[in-house]
Design a binder for this molecule. Structure first.
Ligand code: ZN
Length: 259
């Protein structure tokens, strides 16, 4: 994958070039390859691409054949299905918002990273609503990547996976599950007392639960669990539970802690 430079470095290199500094010297000063300087000059000086508009002009994996970071996509898709939504703003630009508990700063930083991996060079912004952090990136192409976007709530509509999405999710089921379980899942600790050889012992039974009102999303969750070999059962009409010791351990490993 191409290395992503910060806008500041690009801007500084272009200013240096505008000032007449040769490409080789400019490359040295900014710690990049000469061909990178040439590419930036081609893009911004000759083709007149507006600087600082990268957040709107990023190429789309669906419309323009841009590369898609499949692992980041699979996970972000899980987050979107759990706690995300897309709104239409001005001039046909959509915004993807992911909601997550304020109590998990590491995961919130991770969501920002996922967004910039799916939309390179984007700068997610965040705002707080009671108890939650909302992370947002604007892009015309969010509906291309998340065609499940539509009017009304996700669980009131039939959702269909496009073939290319199914391919990505099947190639990266653990990433998809990480997004799903961190957004709409929780790890709960059940316990029970049992008398063993006359002695009362306490047993902990941790389990993972995924709760979602959409039968389609629950089915995709179960299919991904099948792919990673984690046994599950439907413990209520809206809940998928993983409760075998091996299944919980495997999911702990794949999903990681909430933090
Ligand atoms: Zn597109």
């Amino acid at each position: 994958m191409a290395h992503i430079r910060s806008d500041e470095i690009v801007a500084s290199a272009l200013r240096t070039s505008d000032a007449g500094v040769p490409d080789a010297e400019n490359a040295l000063r900014h710690g990049v390859a000469v061909k990178t300087i040439r590419r930036w000059r081609r893009l911004y000086q000759r083709q007149g691409l507006p600087r600082g508009q990268a957040h709107l002009t990023a190429r789309c994996p669906r419309c323009d054949g841009a590369d898609l970071d499949r692992q980041a996509y699979a996970e972000l898709f899980g987050w979107y299905l759990g706690d995300g939504h897309i709104t239409l703003g001005r001039r046909g630009v959509y915004a993807l918002h992911i909601y997550n508990d304020l109590a998990y700063p590491v995961l919130n930083a991770h969501v920002r990273e996922l967004m910039t991996r799916v939309k390179p060079r984007s700068r997610p912004h965040t705002r707080e609503v009671p108890g939650c952090l909302v992370t947002t990136v604007s892009w015309r192409h969010w509906p291309c990547l998340f065609p499940q976007h539509g009017p009304g709530r996700k669980h009131d509509r039939a959702l269909v996976l496009e073939p290319w999405q199914r391919e990505v999710v099947e190639a990266c089921p653990a990433d998809f599950l990480r997004g799903l379980f961190h957004s709409d899942g929780c790890r709960v600790r059940n316990w029970a007392r049992r008398r063993v050889a006359g002695e009362l012992k306490r047993y902990d039974y941790p389990r993972w639960q995924f709760v979602n009102h959409s039968a389609d999303i629950r089915r995709w969750c179960c299919e991904a669990l099948d792919l990673v070999g984690v046994p599950w059962r439907a413990s209520s009409w809206k809940t998928v539970s993983v409760s075998t010791r091996e299944g919980v351990a495997r999911l702990d490993e794949l999903v990681g802690p909430k933090r």
